[in-house]
Design a protein around this ligand. Structure first.
Ligand code: HEM
Length: 449
């Protein structure tokens, strides 16, 4: 027998007034928002900031609704996405028909199988990058992770079409574009015509990216190679009507996936070093596993699946420090969720960083514990862990990441033991990705056998 329950009227959401929000935004925005969501126990909170007053969604049920069940009502449009559109155009990082067409073309290039076929090449490139690390002097972890990840990604994307010099220029331009954005991200309601700090650096970086990418596209179109690199594959791709992609499509897609593939992975890997320093037990178990699995041989396609503990360490690192910390959306249809009415045109903020720290879904959430990822994953709410997003916009690069990241970490730890130079704490800097506010410096000591 079912009992009819009267519909509950939608109630106003919890409100976080500007006087409480502002000091927090200035001091430690993401940590502050996390405290707010934890106190609200996953209820929807309205953030009283600027004219658009976004809603903060953190409960996994609400995320499931917005990212999967009703995802067409939550588009990647609106103020939060403006800076991204300025850099990347109408691409796979956007939404609507442009996104759908790009996703269709790109998806086959990032399947687990296709990416696995690139493992040996990636391993060789990463090895060369690791050989260039200098032991016994302080190094900037983010810079080095970025350098090695960029090399790996550059070879997957561009084959040998790009010179080391061009790759360096491209990498530096992305770093500039990413770090020039904090004001545009914090003040998304300010129109483009009103200049903000960082704008000029951003525009120059965009021009540099174009100056490198367009000639590569033109060269690839001339050559029409059947090589496995992404640029050749994109030149061969056809849309639904059998047409080639335009030069602009190619530029926007390449610029998007290149940016998505380098900065996020480098940031994710950089967080590992302070964590290992703080957890010598985890570090010791990791070193032992790498020794046991790889012995005197190299790290490669056959050893990766056996580095199980490393896999759990990576997943737990991305729980506490998800490089893609923000998934903003714009609501396109007025509807109710979690007892709150969201009006069409409202802005919504979803953050894996916040959801990954809710006590209801993660016992002792602030403790680093890789064993959470041993075996019983399905017991967890599916939308309580989403470092790569979820639903139709799920990250295309996660298979690539789970090859390049263990290759890099295991390769590095076979050669060196890291010693952290910078002292904790490491506050986060939520910009395009989740960087550390402080430079993370470490010294690598060569492993002696
Ligand atoms: C640790 C590394 C990475 C992290 C944490 C990460 C995170 C994410 C997240 C959270 C999203 C969802 C964005 C949203 O829903 O609004 C996303 C989408 C995406 N990622 Fe990644 N990503 C990583 C690596 C990569 C790599 C290596 C690639 C290279 C191909 C890549 C390509 C993309 C693309 C193309 C999308 C957009 C997919 C779509 O909307 O259809 N990502 N990523």
């Amino acid at each position: 027998m079912s009992v009819e329950t009267p519909a509950r009227p939608a109630r106003p959401p919890r409100n976080l007034p500007l006087r409480r929000l502002l000091p927090m935004v200035v001091k430690a925005p993401l940590e502050g928002l996390t405290d707010v969501a934890r106190a609200a126990r996953g209820e929807i909170v309205r953030l009283d900031v600027g004219p658009f007053r976004p809603y903060l969604l953190s409960h996994p049920d609400h995320l499931q609704h917005a990212l999967r069940a009703d995802w067409t009502s939550y588009l990647r449009k609106g103020m939060f996405w403006k800076p991204v559109e300025r850099l990347l155009g109408d691409s796979v990082i956007g939404d609507g028909p442009g996104w759908a067409a790009s996703r269709k073309v790109l998806q086959p290039l990032f399947t687990a199988r296709y990416v696995a076929s690139l493992t040996d090449d990636m391993a060789a490139t990463i090895d060369r990058g690791l050989d260039e690390l200098t032991p016994d002097v302080p190094i900037d972890a983010m810079e080095e992770m970025n350098r090695i990840v960029t090399r790996a990604v550059v070879s997957v994307f561009f084959g040998d079409r790009i010179s080391p010099r061009e790759a360096e220029v491209l990498g530096a331009a992305y770093t500039t574009a990413n770090t020039a954005l904090p004001f545009r991200i914090a003040l998304p309601f300010v129109p483009d015509r009103v200049p903000l700090p960082g704008d000029r650096r951003f525009m120059e970086a965009r021009q540099t990216i174009d100056d490198v990418i367009y000639p590569l596209i033109r060269q690839a179109r001339k050559e029409r190679s059947d090589g496995p690199d992404i640029i050749s594959a994109l030149v061969r791709a056809r849309d639904d009507e059998g047409r080639e992609l335009t030069e602009l499509n190619l530029r926007d897609d390449l610029a998007s996936i290149y940016g998505a593939a380098t900065e996020t992975a480098a940031v994710a890997l950089t967080w590992l070093w302070p964590i290992l320093h703080d957890h010598p037990d985890v570090a010791a178990r990791l070193y032992a596993e790498i020794d046991e699995v790889t012995g005197d041989g190299p790290v490669g396609a056959d050893t990766l699946p056996r580095l199980r503990y490393l896999d759990t360490v990576l997943r737990e690192t991305m729980r506490l420090y998800p490089a893609g910390w923000a998934m903003p959306r714009m609501v396109t249809r007025t509807h109710e969720i979690g007892g709150v009415t969201l009006k069409a045109g409202s802005q919504v903020l979803i953050s894996p960083y916040i959801t990954h720290r809710l006590d209801e879904f993660w016992p002792d959430p602030l403790t680093f514990d890789p064993t959470r990822f041993e075996g019983d994953r399905e017991k967890r709410h599916r939308y309580s862990y989403l470092p790569f997003g979820a639903g139709p916009h799920l990250c295309l690069g996660q298979h690539l990441f789970f090859i390049e990241a263990p290759l890099l970490i295991a390769g590095l730890l076979k050669r060196f033991r890291p010693e952290l130079v910078t002292e904790a704490p490491f506050p986060v800097q939520p910009a395009g990705t989740l960087r550390s506010r402080k430079k993370i410096e470490m010294i690598l000591r060569r492993v002696t056998t």
